[in-house]
Design a binder for this molecule. Structure first.
Ligand code: ZN
Length: 66
């Protein structure tokens, strides 16, 4: 019986801002580890907003909000 077995549990996924990005720093993709590129959404309801997109796109479509 394991009373303390937190290793298999996923962290709370409802926290979008676990790793605040310092200005000027390029974050790494949380999924594949590639550097991310700052992009600006051109279409959709988020048009004009910036976000970090994985440079592994389209292999990896990971996106991190700025
Ligand atoms: Zn990626």
């Amino acid at each position: 019986m394991n009373l303390i077995d937190l290793s298999e549990q996923e962290p709370h996924k409802s926290e979008p801002r676990r790793q605040p990005t310092p200005a000027g720093a390029i974050p790494s993709c949380p999924k594949c580890g590639r550097p991310m590129a700052l992009r600006t959404a051109k279409t959709g309801k988020n048009a004009g907003k910036q976000f970090w997109g994985c440079t592994g796109y389209p292999d990896c479509k990971e996106v991190v909000r700025v």
